[in-house]
Design a binder for this molecule. Structure first.
Ligand code: G1P
Length: 290
């Protein structure tokens, strides 16, 4: 079954970026000139996603505004004949009816945020993209996962993974690696934020998932796990008793934009990838570093 819908959990408080995120959602922080959330929506669109489900919270209204028209701005730009700017704005906007917003009323964890979207997803497989993570790749990370999904069959669950240094495994969900299946591999084990000695590998869950709707039944009955939160990883462990889970080692570079260093590095990397900015920016960087 084609994956048409994606859940984007955007309810987090962003306390690691205070005071920037006191009045503004962390998902609106910009990497070059696009908000984080727009980069992630771009990746989802490239993978063929048609419906974007934002799980929001209080103080996140600006995200809804970002994916809506801005008449005053459009009128001003039209008056100045700035057609290219108008076209760019129009291109980024979802079609009417293709964005849904639902609220996670209490911060109970990622699993709970995903569960909050169950009525909008309905009974079909779907993607989840965490906007804290940007993946820079010519073919986006979710598109690479779709390729794997199309060859692995309808009941497959797929997780993007990447290698992390051993001393960082406690910061992520970690998977165990089994038999290869084309470009993917069977996941033998999953554990959320393990101690170094308990980790089955150094393959971390990168924040991109393709999941079957049965995950909602598991999440509905779920108890709290690591950090006292309802964890998506724990629900996946339970679903893996009934359905296959595969890992995809995507090609590309990921940036953890939930951390200051990751966010700043992403800005540099994305600017260096922009033909209109890169030459001048490279010169400016050289001066700064020397
Ligand atoms: C979440 C997931 C974790 C994953 C990580 C990727 O954790 O629970 O499995 O590795 O995202 O960024 P969080 O970063 O929300 O604590």
């Amino acid at each position: 079954m084609t994956i048409r819908k994606a859940i984007l959990p955007v309810a987090g408080l962003g306390t690691r970026f205070l005071p920037a995120t006191k009045a503004m959602p962390k998902e609106m922080l910009t990497v070059v000139d696009r908000p984080l959330i727009q980069h992630v929506v771009d990746e989802a669109k490239q993978a063929g996603i048609e419906h974007f489900i934002f799980v929001t919270g209080r103080n996140k209204g600006v995200i809804e505004d970002h994916f809506d028209r801005q008449y005053e701005l459009e009128t001003t730009l039209a008056g100045k004949n700035r057609k290219a700017d108008l076209d760019a704005l129009a291109k980024d906007m979802p079609e009417a009816g293709q964005a849904s917003f639902t609220r996670q009323q209490s911060p109970l964890g990622l699993g709970h945020a995903v569960w909050c979207a169950r009525e909008i997803v309905g009974n079909e497989p779907f993607a989840v993209l965490l906007p804290d993570v940007l993946v820079q790749a010519p073919r986006g990370c979710l598109a690479q996962m779709m390729d794997a999904y199309n060859s692995l069959g309808d009941k497959a669950n797929i997780i993007a993974v990447e290698e992390v240094p051993q001393d960082r495994v406690h910061m992520y969900g970690i998977v165990g690696q089994g038999k290869a299946k084309g470009n993917a591999f069977e996941i033998t084990q999953m554990i959320e934020k393990p101690k170094q000695e308990e980790a089955p590998s150094n393959l971390s869950i990168t924040g991109r998932y393709i999941l079957q709707p049965e995950i909602f039944d598991v999440l509905a009955t779920q108890e709290r796990g690591a950090g006292g939160e309802i964890q998506l990883t724990d629900a996946m462990i339970r679903l893996a008793q009934q359905q296959p889970f595969y890992g995809v080692k995507f090609s590309g570079t990921s940036y953890d934009c939930g951390s200051k260093i990751g966010f700043l590095t992403a800005n540099v990397a994305y600017a260096l990838d922009r033909p209109d900015i890169a030459p001048a920016f490279r010169e400016a960087l050289k001066k700064l570093v020397n």
